[in-house]
Write a protein that binds this ligand. Structure first.
Ligand code: HEC
Length: 133
């Protein structure tokens, strides 16, 4: 009896731990993207990036980049353990090209339906970097 309760609790806490893990499904950037660096990191770029982030991205990623408590697939930009493994080129790739057909993360680059310039996408990436905790 006690043993059953013990194992029940073990499994329960294990599933809680699992539920707390983010479930990001982000494709890796191809080499030509991974090597890119961000040339738009001035104070002015950050202000513009913030404006467009709040307009286009905050609904899913959260006003402060905290992610979505109800949807663990949304990358939380406050998640330093994750974000510190991401190169600028990787972040730009996903923002510009989207995360694939199965993802809610759409493409925002110049060739996409959203049609933002590369500069604008980089400015949003600059702002996202300021949200890391
Ligand atoms: C409809 C919801 C939604 C919106 C709006 C949205 N995203 Fe995302 N984003 C996601 C999801 C979901 C993922 C993670 C991919 C997955 O797990 O499917 C993601 C992932 C990302 C990543 C992570 C890349 C990586 O390699 O870790 C970046 C960067 C990103 N989004 C930028 C943006 C920017 C910039 C905007 C606004 C221009 C934006 N997102 C708008 C849902 C959204």
């Amino acid at each position: 009896m006690l043993k059953n309760i013990f194992f029940g609790l073990l499994i329960f806490s294990g599933s809680l731990l699992f539920a707390a893990e983010p479930l990001y499904n982000v494709p890796d950037a191809p080499a030509e993207y991974a090597e890119m660096t961000n040339a738009f990191t001035s104070q002015k770029d950050l202000e513009i990036g913030k404006k467009y982030y709040q307009k286009e991205c905050a609904d899913c990623h959260g006003e402060s980049g905290e992610g979505d408590a109800d949807d663990k697939s949304v990358v939380a930009f406050t998640n330093s353990a994750w974000m510190n493994t991401r190169s600028d080129g990787q972040l730009f790739y996903i923002a510009a090209e989207g995360a694939g057909e199965d993802s809610d993360m759409e493409a925002y680059g110049p060739w996409s339906e959203m049609g933002y310039s590369e500069k604008r996408v980089w400015q949003m990436i600059s702002y996202i970097r300021t949200l890391i905790k």
